[in-house]
Write a protein that binds this ligand. Sequence first.
Ligand SMILES: NC(=O)c1ccc[n+]([C@@H]2O[C@H](COP(=O)([O-])OP(=O)(O)OC[C@H]3O[C@@H](n4cnc5c(N)ncnc54)[C@H](OP(=O)(O)O)[C@@H]3O)[C@@H](O)[C@H]2O)c1
Length: 226
Amino acid sequence: MSESSMKYLSSHQLRVLDRRATQKFGIPAILLMENAGRAVAEEVLRFRPRPSRVLIFAGRGNNGGDGLVAARHLAVRGVSCAVIYFGPPATAGSALQFRILGKMKVPLLLWSALPARRRKALLARCEVIVDAIFGLGVSRDVEEPYRAAIEAINRSRKPVVSVDIPSGLDADTGRVMGVAVRAARTVTFVAPKLGFRKPSARAATGKVIVADISVLGCRVRLRKKV
Ligand SMILES: NC(=O)c1ccc[n+]([C@@H]2O[C@H](COP(=O)([O-])OP(=O)(O)OC[C@H]3O[C@@H](n4cnc5c(N)ncnc54)[C@H](OP(=O)(O)O)[C@@H]3O)[C@@H](O)[C@H]2O)c1
């Protein structure tokens, strides 16, 4: 769906829609995560030539969980993937995805334990980066070790696909929270974020692709009676 034909939504509105999907309609949150991660993997596979090595940066929240699902789908499709993570997953959904990837023997690399040379080599060898560090949950200026990771991603000049929102961008204001990923493409869920309208945000999001993840958007009016 094209971004221009859709209404921009605030993070509050998106969380209300998420809650409606999970609580009112009983769609398990893990299913939304699956749909989100799969949409990201499909976007990565649209690059030409088709990438054979992808590096996924996964934060500790659900945005990271979406990135881990993308890693699984890419690995299943024969793409060589490695995941860089920042500590134990902080949500049940991302913890589950982390365990699955471990069993699949997808390399899970702790950023703080990687020597500088290894970080550089990983960034140099990959063809596409998936940025799943922060999404809607960024709540303050980006702190270490995330700042260094975002700066390294930007320095690599590799094409980046951001998950939902470029990490470090505030979804509502479009403000850069100290530092933000500069993406080639952003796969955003349900609707474009309010902050994407700001010119400063445009530089960070790149092309915005809106993905349906089974959360009914506000354009959908539910009939009370059938
Ligand atoms: N229902 C669903 O499952 C569903 C539906 C649609 C989309 N999603 C995905 O979930 C995302 C939202 O997930 P989420 O609410 O878990 O948030 P998140 O975007 O994954 O970020 C939350 C994590 O980031 C950390 N954090 C935030 N700001 C930071 C900063 N400046 N420096 C360091 N750490 C920081 C938080 O740590 P602290 O706890 O220390 O603040 C927390 O660990 C969406 O963007 C989308 O990708 C999920």
